[in-house]
Design a protein around this ligand. Sequence first.
Ligand code: SF4
Ligand code: SF4
Length: 104
Amino acid sequence: MSIRIRHDDCVGCGKCIEACPGNLIKYDDEGLAEMRRPRDCWGCTSCLKACPVGAVEFFLGADMGGTGATLSFSRAGTVSHWSVSCPDGRAVGIDVDGANANKY
Ligand code: SF4
Ligand code: SF4
């Protein structure tokens, strides 16, 4: 498992660095986020949820969308939007409204 940080979108806020429980992300020489040890990532997605500009993508395994598929995250108010993009062009989105969490 690993993530990809899109340098063109990163604003260097450091929130992903603070969020990673494995200390796997660091600043590069330009002050932008960089993955330190990709092989150690276990896919907790904390960095995706912490990034305010959606610059972090997570690579999904073959059993979760196919090799090369990526998961991205964005938030609008209380709604979290998860998006899966597949190499063949397919895309799936899931919205979760935190305001309705734990309402069963
Ligand atoms: S997915 Fe989790 S373990 Fe992997 S880099 Fe992001 S915060 Fe760290
Ligand atoms: S949280 Fe996003 S914008 Fe901030 S340093 Fe990490 S990748 Fe860059």
